[in-house]
Write a protein that binds this ligand. Structure first.
Ligand code: NAP
Length: 485
């Protein structure tokens, strides 16, 4: 067996995933480059109060590393981060990470990748895997006067824990999944908490009980029960939420009714009107939260819907002339999910560059590869299944596909493989066609981060099962394979 030099860009969830699978398959020549000093990606970066995953933990786990000890149905960010660190240690990934080093670019030359690092080094690789995440590049709002704010100010993914929030006048810009979780956590602590909401969002109710010790003991003793729990939750999520997203019908109506009923928990009609979206549930990423409507009905939580005119040293001035005086300003304003692995640039066959290929939007082949870029794989690349999915499960499906090619390389069956232009074009035509027909809720008229430059979502428009099916085995005709010289 040959030993492939595999470079993985990023040691977040998906980088850990493929590196663990490679290590388990006996590939020791894998190196992860991580620009930060700790692994964990988004779960390292997001430490804001209330951070949690709104996908049930027994499903938001690697299938090869089930965790019987999740403390709740929806675990905290800290618990997920600790889980990822454990998986990385147990699967001997951590020792393969070079921390504090960024991959700045890579060029396919002489039958392998020449990977450029921020240290000035260039290292060779037979395979290159972009595991750079989606909610990674933070987006600061373009608010006039933001720099002039005299209090503490930070983005939700850069929470400054040295700043006291208890008893402080906290302003929160943004009411996406992050803003809603922060609202639940800071209600009753900040005095007051002022939420600047630009667009209201639908919220699906949830309860988040502790997993009883006896059940955890059972899952620990009987791994088969733990695996069955994963499958059960996967089936529930895929057959309810995901199907509801893809086509109108009873399931979609059921989600709509659940959201509408949840909103009726808000007793004050004026506040309820402020919180009522004018788009359909799930057109934007659906928020799942146990405590949001309770939080916003507190006397010490104010929902402000007047537009922000500017930020001043003392606080935020809205267009009605009111100055909302603040000690702390939190920007839960999201990320640029369309960057993917950029600004890293790639140069593939015949001088093709990623910058040119993606000038009109990010696209590839089956969410995993790019024509003209041999032995290169993306985890959570464009047109992956996103939304209220377990992104761990999606990354694992993609990593398994990449591993299949790497195994063929190890056996000496090929030197390089990349999808053909024709196959990628066909795939993108199919994606556009599937997204253009009225059917998926994403194109029912809302402004979501799912939408790319062409106004269509950069999402997988079919079922999660189909994603697994098409990535289960490569279609050889779709790939240009170069044999061993
Ligand atoms: P987001 O969904 O993009 O929400 C950003 C919020 O900031 C929106 O309410 C947006 O308003 C507002 N905003 C942006 N610029 C603004 C401006 N200039 N003035 C006023 N408001 C502004 O970001 P996010 O909440 O951080 O979530 C991003 C993604 O991270 C989620 O969709 C999800 O995939 C992931 N996430 C997951 C979980 C989980 O539990 N699994 C938790 C948190 C985050 P508009 O709506 O009007 O644009």
């Amino acid at each position: 067996m040959r030993s492939p030099r595999v470079v993985v860009v990023g040691a977040g969830m998906s980088g850990i995933c493929i590196a663990a699978m490679l290590r388990d398959a006996g590939v020791d020549t894998v190196t992860l480059y991580e620009k930060s000093d700790r692994l964990g990606g988004t779960w390292r970066d997001n430490t804001y109060p209330g951070v949690a995953c709104d996908v049930p933990s027994h499903y938001y786990s690697f299938s090869f590393a089930p965790n019987p000890d999740w403390s709740r149905i929806y675990s905290s960010g800290g618990e997920i981060w600790a889980y990822l660190e454990d998986v990385a240690r147990l699967h001997r990934v951590t020792e393969r990470v070079r921390f504090g080093v960024e991959v700045t670019g890579a060029e396919w030359a002489g039958g392998h990748w020449r990977v450029e690092l921020s240290t000035g080094e260039t290292v060779p690789a037979d395979f290159l895997v972009a595991a750079t995440g989606v909610v990674h590049h933070i987006r600061e709002p373009d608010l006039p006067g933001l720099e002039s704010f005299a209090g503490a100010r930070f983005h939700s993914a850069r929470w400054d824990h040295s700043v006291p929030v208890d008893g402080a006048r906290v302003g929160l810009v943004g009411s996406g999944s992050t803003g809603v979780q922060i609202t639940g956590a800071l209600a009753g602590r900040a005095a007051p908490l002022t939420l600047f909401q630009r667009t209201p969002q639908w919220v699906l109710p949830a309860t988040n009980p502790r997993v009883p010790d006896r059940l955890r003991g059972l899952l620990r003793r009987f791994p088969a029960v733990n695996r069955a729990t994963y499958r059960l939750v996967q089936s529930l999520v895929e057959h309810t939420l995901f199907e509801a997203v893809l086509k109108p019908g009873l399931r979609r109506r059921a989600v709509e009714l659940a959201c509408e009923r949840n909103l009726r928990k808000v007793a004050d009609p004026a506040l309820r009107a402020k919180l009522t979206p004018d788009d359909q549930p799930m057109c934007r990423r659906l928020i799942v939260a146990p405590d949001y409507y309770e939080a916003v009905q507190r006397d010490d939580v104010h929902v402000v819907t007047e537009r922000i005119e500017r930020v001043e040293p003392a606080g935020v001035r809205t267009v009605d002339g009111t100055l909302h005086e603040l000690d702390v300003l939190v920007l839960a304003t999201g990320f640029d999910p369309h960057a993917f692995m950029r600004p890293m640039n790639l140069t593939g066959l015949d001088g093709r560059t990623l910058a040119e290929e993606w000038a009109k939007g990010a696209r590839g082949y089956r969410s995993i590869a790019l024509p003209g870029f041999p032995n290169f794989f993306m985890l959570l690349g464009p047109h992956s299944p996103f939304g209220n999915q377990s992104q761990i499960t999606v990354a694992e499906t993609q990593a398994r596909h990449a591993l299949g090619w790497i195994e063929r390389w190890r056996r000496g069956e090929l030197d390089s493989a990349s999808p053909t232009d024709a196959a990628a074009e066909r795939f993108n035509r199919q994606v556009r066609a599937a997204l253009s027909v009225p059917g998926t809720v994403w194109v029912t008229g809302c402004n979501s981060w799912y939408l790319g430059d062409d106004g269509l979502p950069e999402l997988w428009p079919w079922s999660a099962a189909r994603h697994r099916e098409v990535l289960a085995a490569p279609v050889d005709d779709d790939w240009e394979v170069r044999a061993v010289r």
